[in-house]
Design a protein around this ligand. Sequence first.
Ligand SMILES: Cc1cc2nc3c(=O)[nH]c(=O)nc-3n(C[C@H](O)[C@H](O)[C@H](O)COP(=O)(O)O)c2cc1C
Length: 406
Amino acid sequence: MANKGRISNLKQLLRFRKPILNPRKRALSKALTIYDLREIAKRRTPRGPFDYTDGAAEQEISLRRARSTFEQIEFQPYVLRDVSKADLSADLLGRKMKLPVGIAPTGFTRMMNTDGEIAAVQVAQKYGAPFCLSTMGTTSIEKISETAPQGSNWFQLYLWRDRERSLGLIERAERAGFDGLVLTVDAQVAGARLRDVRNGLTVPPSLDFKTLLNAAPRTRWWWNFLTKEPLHFASLESWNGTVAELMNTMFDPTMTFEDLKWIRKVWKKQLIVKGIQRADDALKVVRCGADAVWLSNHGGRQLDRAPVPFLLIPETRNKLGSKVPIHFDTGIMHGADVIAGLASGANFAWIGRAYLYGLMAGGKSGVDKTFEILKSQMTRTLKLLGVNSIAELDPSMIKVIQEMRK
Ligand SMILES: Cc1cc2nc3c(=O)[nH]c(=O)nc-3n(C[C@H](O)[C@H](O)[C@H](O)COP(=O)(O)O)c2cc1C
């Protein structure tokens, strides 16, 4: 009898979780951080596309500094406040978003995982976050608006040498009902991404003896890549060559503030200038008609030893006053990084790799996981800081313990 009692006690304690049979779902269910997603992504994606995403320019100093700066933040939380209604919604140039963070433009996205931009824009729409399609994206402008008609869709423009073609893209974005244009200005030439050179990365990726060895444990990726629709670009028919060759063919090193003024004339909706790395340039682009500035060093993929965008926020806020929205990116791997930037004076954040790691780890479900993780990290951070909304954050709530720029 006594034994029976003990066994039934034991039964109550033992709660077996239902096994998850699908290996992709099982791996994703265990991911608790964006770094966990990065590890899964690395196992599942061939070296070429993984390094293209994970890597940065030259010695990758810009990216390392941006990430380590976030680690040096010390929050100064308030206590004894009711934080039960913590709300992450934020204003994006007149449109209310449910989250203060969006998907930054990334080129060649379907090369990371064939679900590509379609998965990204669906997840962005679901979470109430904006999605920005790159000029070098692998899904058309029209397909994006068809897939997420309720979403806040943006188009990132690289101004091409061929102005007529640039104008054509702007008009398509306008016709497709995109909310705004993001003009990238930190890509006068392609940055030196040494990992891509070492890997001999081509677009589309090709199989040679070296890639074949690396492909063996990643057959699922290759199967998808070879059997699904081939890479089409948002703005070009096709390309066969290296990434750097493609960028250098398209980028226009003669672009100046005069071109920005021209874009301001031809594009009537919201215009953000991305890649600002000095407060005085921020002021100049606003004077040329930009509606917002986006502090970015392109995720460390262009100039190495570039300023850390997060550290530029206070100076830029001083220069622009309280009205002009400041966006920022680079190095965000945790929801608390986003909250720190907003406390520092920014209005909106964008993620590149954080969503691409999710995409490479598990296609659409992986991007969903990225948002699930970031959303819960942001909500928790907000509550533990003692505030109920983004608007309540203020610069007194953060310190950077050891400032890197002096
Ligand atoms: C794989 C990859 C491709 C990118 N392609 C573009 C692009 O086509 N246009 C652009 O303006 N920025 C591009 N970026 C930069 C992102 O928009 C963003 O500035 C950067 O990823 C932010 O840093 P994070 O990756 O640390 O979040 C790319 C970034 C990555 C990682």
